[in-house]
Design a protein around this ligand. Sequence first.
Ligand SMILES: [Zn+2]
Length: 247
Amino acid sequence: MEEIGLIDCHAHLEELDDLANALSEAKSYGVKVIIAVGMDLDSNKKTLEIAQTNKGFVFPSIGYHPWKIKENEVEKNLTFIKNHIQECIALGEIGLDYKVNVKKDLQWKVLGEILNLAVEYSKPVIIHCRFSHKRTYDMVVERAIKGAIFHWYSGPLDLLDNIIESGYFISATPALTYSPFHQQAIKKAPLERILLETDTPVSYQDKESRPKDVRISLREVARLKEIDPFAVAKQTTTNATQLFQIG
Ligand SMILES: [Zn+2]
């Protein structure tokens, strides 16, 4: 398996105190690319810097996460994204989260505007959705977004059919070791529509993740789908390479 480089499609690298170590460890575990995702102005700036100093290994995606939205900061966040969109391979993390204390209409406005930018600049989007899967999907489809990842998908299976039919992706995290909703989605989705990720530094069963843990996502996808890990590595890396147009 060593010759297939893995791609961690979702990591919050700017949150790491041990960044240099995490990156070199990831390389030694066979990770060849990390997609670093930003969440707001400050994290977007740091994400771009990290990508700049790790060119060819870390690729940036900037966004405005629903958890971070504040009414009086929307304008400056959107302006920053617009001004730096050409430096990014994707937009995200963006989406809708109905469990967070941010008004829905404000979340719809922010997501809508960033999706419009994705259309204008032909960028794929990295989507967070919680208790809002249908609305998020509808907003993506309405704009005929070309590439979308429904990150860590654990939503309804009938909507997953729509996601797949629309040509979109879902991504697999180490939560596959224990989350039944995530497991059933990954079991159902064809391998051609699955990407691997870690959502670093999210803790899975009390252990903080790092990009090297994309191997856990790989192992679990292989186990659940009863497919050889080598074939999973090959296909998921191909999927990510094509979606993000890397290399
Ligand atoms: Zn995330």
